[in-house]
Design a protein around this ligand. Sequence first.
Ligand code: LIP
Length: 269
Amino acid sequence: MSDPLKAELLTVALEAADLAGTLLRDGRPDDLGVAATKTSSIDVVTEMDLASEKLITDFLADRRPGDGVLGEEGASTEGTSGVRWVIDPIDGTVNYLYGLPSWSVSIAAELDGETIVGVVAAPMRGETYSAALGAGAFAGDRPLRVRPAVPLDQALIGTGFGYVAARRAAQGDVLRTLLPEVRDIRRGGSAAIDLCDVACGRLDGYYERGLNPWDYAAGALIAREAGAVTGGRPGVPASTELTVAAAPGLFERLQGRLEELGAWRDGLA
Ligand code: LIP
């Protein structure tokens, strides 16, 4: 990679994700429980989310002391370098709590607000996905490319749901209408993995309302570098309001249908 900063940030992110992923895979207590809740009684944090975030932030402070950090579990520091790390120490926390395999460590690096490096480690799959802006997307050393666009009714679409009942009800309404219009739906439980599955061609598309930057920053870069288009509502980048990813051609069809269904809002209000 020609850009030395991207190369350094990618190396640091890969090492941090590997350390955290190993801790989470090998150190999961048999009696793992809920340490705290956030937006609702089902929005949980475990001791391992906290341990993973501390491991990652301590590693970054040592290797990149001038960088800012934003983490799902509270890490928040201003930097002086222009680089900010955006961290989900366990994406798919409920899966991790229940001992289901679909969870990941997601680490993105922004430069002046633009994501330029993304790493998603999926230890139970034995895969780590990565990308640097303009340098392609990879699973290990294997280059990634999205699946060629298909008509919406042939598309395998990933999605997910929030933790607050009113939003889940609205998301269920959207899904009820969309389900018969697509090949099928997959709900994996980790947005970062879902976005990487679009990059790998294992999903044709993905959408979700209510994600936080740490859920999508790394995975969306990996998907874009694998040839996907990402965004939110028409003309809007991916955000908490709505995140959409798919191959060009399918992206516009999926985005347009989601706009018609109001997937970007909670209910008809
Ligand atoms: C999860 C997301 C997933 C969403 C879950 C949850 P977390 O993030 O990755 O896509 O459907 O409800 O928000 O909370 O495990 O970091």
